[in-house]
Design a protein around this ligand. Structure first.
Ligand SMILES: [Zn+2]
Length: 256
């Protein structure tokens, strides 16, 4: 095979779908090329040596050959397996959500090494069994930022006045917070407590190591999660598959 037609990438497996008789379409997010849809030939055969390296959520090194329609995975070597992301049901749900948002917000070949790091770090934290809530909110806010949808949480999106320490409003359609004057009675704007605003600001501006140790009161955790969920759904303009599964699992209450 011609050497120029081969390239090496470090990637994270986001999605897999059966293709033809024995093949799979594998969606990955790679460090070098961003999101790619690749063909893995023969991986559904029991004898395939590549199959185990291409499990969902695996961090993998790939050798890829340029194809006419789809590029083809010729070699796969797993770097990190993240077993807990497949064995622990709740963590599997979170990993699906991370993969679905990354796939949903990133266009093909729109490469961004920070997105790659964010997904990888989030998977590592989940796999280690760290508390899921801060991992997930940190991921959501930073993915939104990297995708160009950072919610405005410091000034009113309408009048641009700095937000004061009071109950403000949040409007998904306007992309952020509104002061009481602009937000009250506005269609689609919901109340945003001072505590929830503060938590989201911390998650946007501080390191994960700092955010991880914040003590989040239950009611504020619920509020922040609901706001981000609505904002993400609005931006994606379609329903999420992974949240149906997660909501069912979480109905037992993940806040303890
Ligand atoms: Zn305003």
């Amino acid at each position: 095979m011609n050497r120029e037609r081969l390239y090496k990438i470090n990637a994270i497996v986001l999605k897999r779908a059966d293709f033809g008789e024995a093949d799979r379409l594998v969606t990955v997010y790679s460090l070098e090329e961003g999101k790619l849809r690749l063909l893995a030939k023969g991986v559904r055969k029991p004898t395939s040596r590549k199959a185990g390296h291409l499990e969902l959520f695996t961090h993998v090194k790939l050798l890829v050959a340029k194809g006419k329609e789809l590029d083809i995975i010729t070699q796969a070597e797993a770097l990190e397996y993240f077993p807990n992301l497949r064995e622990d049901l709740l963590r599997t749900g979170y990993a699906h959500y991370i993969a679905e948002l990354t796939d949903g917000f990133m266009a093909e070949q729109d490469k961004n090494p920070q997105v790659y790091s964010l997904v990888l770090e989030s998977f590592r934290r989940l796999d280690k069994g760290q508390e899921a809530w801060p991992i997930m909110r940190f991921f959501e806010l930073h993915l939104l930022t990297l995708a160009g949808y950072r919610p405005e949480l410091f000034v009113c999106v309408k009048c641009r006045e700095p937000l004061k320490a009071s109950v403000n409003y949040f409007s998904v359609a306007d992309g952020g917070a509104l002061c009481p004057r602009c937000g009250e009675g506005k269609d689609g704007a919901t109340a945003l407590s001072q505590g929830a605003l503060k938590i989201m600001r911390f998650f946007l501006t501080r390191d994960y190591e700092y955010c991880q140790h914040l003590r989040i009161p239950h009611n504020l955790g619920v509020e922040v999660e609901a706001i981000l969920r609505r904002y993400i759904l609005y931006r994606l303009e379609r329903p999420l598959k992974s949240t149906r599964f997660l909501d069912k699992l979480e109905s037992g209450g993940i806040y303890g």
